[in-house]
Design a protein around this ligand. Structure first.
Ligand code: EPU
Length: 427
C-alpha cells in the first residue's frame, strides 16, 4: 500500500498551475458517446477517474487516447456499438451514471451498473431516473444493473427536487437527442454543469440557460465531433489556496476562474488570509500568523461547495476560536474528523451534519488515512500544517481527483513524498 509522507511546518511559496476540472471531464467523456464521431478534449487531468472512464469507453467499443504531456484526450465513438456498461470499472466511480443518459440518448437503450464513488452518504439517483422516465424511458433495476429503454425520447418538463449536479447533467445528455423541447427546472448551476453544456453545444446540441436554475434543451437529430478545452478545476484550485493559507505561505494559483472561487475566497479572507487577483486568471493567497475561526454551511453553487468543506476544516483546526461547519449536501461527509482528531484536532460532532471545530495550538503528525477523496485532501493540508511527520494511507482516493498532488506541493517547497508500505515502516 502507498502512503503520502509529509514533514509539516513549511510555509508554501511560489506559483502553481491548476489542471482541468475533474467533475467536468468525467461528464464529458460519457457525453462524447453522443457525438458518434471524433472529439478532442484539451486540459484533461491525468487522474484515476479519467483512466477508469477510458477503460469503460474502450469496453463499449470507442477508441480513446490520453496524451498526458499535452493533456489532450482523443476520443472516437464512431464505432461504439455496445449499450451494456457493467464491468467492475463502472462500479468504481460515480460518474459512470452518465453512460445511462448518453447511451439512452444515442441508442434509445442502455444497461449500466449502479455507480460507485466516495462513501459520503446514500447518494440516490432517483432524480436522474425520474427525469429519464419523463423523457419516455422505461427503466428497471435487475440485480444492480439499470436497464433503460425508450421507443422514442420526447422532450418534457422536469422539476428536480434538489439541485443535483449529476441529475442535471445526465438529463441534459439524454434530452439532447429527444424530440422537441425539454425544460429542466431546479437545475444545478455548478461551473462543471455549464462547461458540460458548452461541450455538448460544441457537438451540435442546443442547450440554453446552463448556469441558471432553468435549462432548455431543444433535441437535435444529429450531433458531431468537436474540439473543446475543459475549464480549470475549482476544487483543486481551492485545495491549493487553502494549503497556501493554512501553512501561512504565499502562493500564486494560476489558471483559475476567480468568480468560481468566490465562496472560498470570502471564507479565507474571513479567516485572516489575503486573496488577490494579481493578474487575469491568477489568485495570490497569503496566510496570516493566526487564522480566525469562521462558520461554513455547504450549499449548491454559488454557495460554499461541499467538496471544499473537508479541506477547509483542516485549516480551522488551528484557527483562533470555534468554527461551525454545517454539511447540508451529504449525510456522511465528516469521516475525516476522526483522522484530524488523531493529529490533535478538537472537533465536536454535534450530528452527522454539524461539527464544531475548537481551534487548538497545533496539529501533530501521526498515521492517518484518507477516508475518501476530499477527506484525503484535508489530511494532506493537515499534514502540511502539522509539527512532525504525517503518514497518509489510502492515497488511491486522492489520486482519483488530484493530478500529481505531491509534485505540485513539492514545487511550492513542501516536504512530501510517496512511499510504499515497506519504506514507510523503515521511516
Ligand atoms: N441526490 C438525490 N437524488 C438524486 C441525485 C442527488 O437525493 O437523484 C442528492 C444526493 O444524495 C446529495 C445531493 O442530492 O445529497 C447532491 O447530489 P448531486 O447529484 O449534486 O451530487 P453528485 O452528482 O453525486 C457531484 C460531484 C461530487 C460533488 C457533488 C456536489 C461528480 C462525479 N461528483 O456528485 O463530487 O460533491 O456533485 O457538488 O461530479 C468530489 O469531487 O469529491 C465529489 C464528491
Amino acid at each position: 500500500m502507498e502512503y503520502l509522507c509529509i514533514e509539516g511546518g513549511v510555509p508554501l511559496q511560489g506559483s502553481v498551475e491548476t489542471c482541468g476540472a475533474k467533475n467536468a471531464v468525467v461528464a464529458m467523456l460519457p457525453a462524447a458517446v453522443l457525438a458518434g464521431d471524433q472529439c478532442m478534449l484539451g486540459n484533461v487531468p491525468s487522474i484515476k477517474d479519467v483512466s477508469i472512464l477510458q477503460e469503460i469507453l474502450a469496453n463499449l467499443g470507442a477508441s480513446v487516447t490520453l496524451d498526458k504531456r499535452r493533456k489532450t484526450l482523443s476520443l472516437d465513438t464512431t464505432n461504439l456499438c455496445r449499450i451494456r456498461a457493467t464491468s467492475p470499472a463502472v462500479r468504481r466511480l460515480r460518474a459512470s451514471y452518465y453512460f445511462l443518459g448518453a447511451l439512452l440518448g444515442r441508442f434509445g437503450e442502455a444497461e449500466v451498473s449502479l455507480p460507485g464513488g466516495c462513501e459520503i452518504g446514500t447518494r440516490p439517483i432517483d432524480q436522474h431516473l425520474k427525469g429519464m422516465r419523463l423523457l419516455g424511458a422505461e427503466i428497471v433495476n435487475e440485480g444492480g444493473v439499470l436497464h433503460a429503454k425508450a421507443k422514442k425520447l420526447v422532450g418534457a418538463d422536469i422539476l428536480l427536487d434538489m439541485a443535483s449536479v449529476g441529475a442535471t447533467i445526465n438529463l441534459m445528455l439524454c434530452a439532447c437527442r429527444a424530440q422537441g423541447l425539454t425544460v429542466i427546472k431546479g437545475a444545478a448551476k455548478e461551473p462543471h454543469v455549464v462547461d458540460t453544456a458548452n461541450f455538448l453545444n460544441s457537438m451540435g446540441a442546443s442547450i440554453k440557460g446552463a448556469g441558471t436554475d432553468t435549462i432548455r434543451i431543444h433535441g437535435v437529430q444529429q450531433m458531431h465531433g468537436s474540439q473543446y478545452n475543459v475549464i480549470p478545476d475549482q476544487i483543486e484550485a481551492g485545495t491549493l489556496m487553502i494549503a497556501a493559507a493554512a501553512t501561512k505561505g504565499d502562493v500564486l494559483v494560476r489558471g483559475v476562474i476567480p468568480p468560481h472561487m468566490e465562496a472560498l475566497s470570502i471564507k479565507l479572507v474571513e479567516m485572516g488570509a489575503t486573496v488577490e487577483e494579481e493578474e487575469a486568471g491568477c489568485l495570490r493567497v497569503r496566510g496570516c500568523a493566526q487564522p480566525r475561526a469562521t462558520d461554513v454551511q455547504t450549499r449548491p453553487y454559488p454557495g460554499f461547495p461541499t467538496d471544499m468543506q473537508q479541506p477547509l476544516m483542516a485549516m480551522m483546526c488551528t484557527a483562533k476560536g470555534t468554527s461551525k461547519v454545517e454539511e447540508t449536501i451529504y449525510e456522511q461527509r465528516f469521516k475525516h474528523t476522526t483522522e484530524l482528531g488523531r493529529m490533535g484536532a478538537d472537533i465536536q460532532l454535534m450530528s452527522n451534519r454539524l461539527a464544531l471545530v475548537h481551534g487548538v495550538e497545533k496539529l501533530t503528525g501521526t498515521y492517518v488515512e484518507a477516508t475518501d477523496l476530499r477527506a484525503g485532501a484535508a489530511m494532506v493540508i493537515a499534514g502540511l500544517m502539522a509539527e512532525g511527520i504525517t503518514h497518509i494511507a489510502n492515497v488511491h482516493y486522492i489520486d482519483r481527483g488530484y493530478e500529481c498532488i505531491e509534485e505540485k506541493l513539492i514545487s511550492l517547497g513542501a516536504r512530501i513524498r510517496r512511499v510504499n508500505e515497506d519504506e514507510s515502516e523503515q521511516a
